[in-house]
Design a protein around this ligand. Structure first.
Ligand SMILES: Nc1nc2c(ncn2[C@@H]2O[C@H](COP(=O)(O)OP(=O)(O)O)[C@@H](O)[C@H]2O)c(=O)[nH]1
Ligand SMILES: Nc1ncnc2c1ncn2[C@@H]1O[C@H](COP(=O)(O)OP(=O)(O)O)[C@@H](O)[C@H]1O
Length: 205
């Protein structure tokens, strides 16, 4: 019997809201979901491994991936390129497994055009003041860059309307629980389960 296709979940939101942190916490829970590994031209950080956190590429290699249509979406973010290899996503969904992408907002909106049946989750800060604290707290940005990130974040929060769900990242554990609840809910949607039951009803006993 033909397998149900998996569901594509996209977790996105402004820089510093905690996408990476929440995704790492979700991974630790060993859910039945696959995590896509992105390609990037940024330098690996200490401890990062090729093929685990990212596929680290030169700019030339990345541009070739774009040219060869190997990416589902891509975006330039703070001077580096980031993109989602399309083959892994399609293959994993075809195998009936769910996939989650943790990507920034420009990329998420590109995916929405290609995969409108995907589930788009916007991670929201509890407040703008807390978002600023988190960006400053990370200690990687100068004051000018923090101000710039805040301006971009406000524009990105306006784009929340294009998403299906908004999850507040107040506490990491609560945010993870909300995302797990969304995954469960999506699996119970009648438009997703009906084809399966129609097949069962139509099949000989
Ligand atoms: N569009 C897009 N964004 C990505 C992709 N992979 C990672 N990102 C985003 O790129 C941004 C920078 O990621 P990274 O360099 O790991 O630094 P971070 O700020 O510590 O998360 C984050 O907002 C990620 O969500 C991708 O494949 N496509
Ligand atoms: N729920 C939370 N409460 C407090 N701090 C958080 C929370 N989630 C993330 N952070 C902190 O906020 C900063 C930004 O998180 P990060 O995961 O790098 O964000 P993003 O991937 O969205 O850019 C990090 O220092 C992280 O430890």
């Amino acid at each position: 019997m033909e397998k149900e296709r998996g569901i594509l979940f996209v977790l996105s939101g402004p820089s510093g809201v905690g996408k990476g942190t929440v995704c790492k916490a979700l991974r630790a829970q060993k859910l039945d979901i696959q995590y896509s590994v992105s390609a990037t031209t940024r330098q690996p950080r200490e401890g990062e491994q090729h093929g685990v956190e990212y596929f680290f590429k030169t700019k030339e290699e990345f541009l070739r991936m774009i040219e060869n249509k190997e990416l589902l979406e891509w975006a330039e973010y703070v001077g580096n390129y980031y993109g989602t290899p399309i083959e892994y996503v399609n293959q994993t969904l075809d195998e009936g497994k769910d996939v989650i992408l943790e990507i920034e907002v420009q990329g998420a909106l590109q995916v929405k055009n290609i995969f409108p049946e995907g589930v788009f989750i916007f991670l929201t800060p509890p407040s703008l003041a807390e978002l600023r604290n988190r960006i400053v707290g990370r200690g990687t940005e100068t004051e000018d860059i923090v101000n710039n990130r805040m301006t971009v974040a406000k524009e990105e929060i306006e784009l929340m309307q294009h998403y299906h769900y908004s999850v507040v990242n107040d506490e990491i554990e609560s945010a993870c629980n909300r995302i797990k609840a969304i995954i469960t809910t999506e699996h119970c949607r009648v438009d997703r389960v009906r084809p399966k039951y129609q097949r069962i009803l139509g099949a000989d006993e």
